[in-house]
Design a protein around this ligand. Structure first.
Ligand SMILES: [Zn+2]
Length: 76
């Protein structure tokens, strides 16, 4: 299920929701329940590139464990 970011022009709230594609345009503001919320671009992939929160250490490929079979990927 994709993560969408929404912006509410009524109360200027930004919030993220996991919604199915079918209901992606059927969302009301979590704060003021306005129906004018705008869907922003998905932020799912962009947030995963940040290293500041340290939640994704497990995703860092260790040496020799990148699955390239030995040297072809440039990380050795
Ligand atoms: Zn609102």
């Amino acid at each position: 299920m994709p993560l969408y970011e929404y912006y509410c022009p009524d109360c200027k709230a930004k919030f993220e929701l996991l919604v199915s594609h079918k209901h992606a345009d059927d969302v009301v503001c979590m704060k003021c329940h306005s129906e004018k919320v705008r869907r922003l671009l998905s932020v799912f992939a962009a947030q995963r590139s940040g290293a500041e929160d340290g939640d994704f250490d497990d995703y860092s490929p260790s040496m020799g464990d990148c699955g390239c079979g030995g040297g072809s990927c440039g990380c050795h």
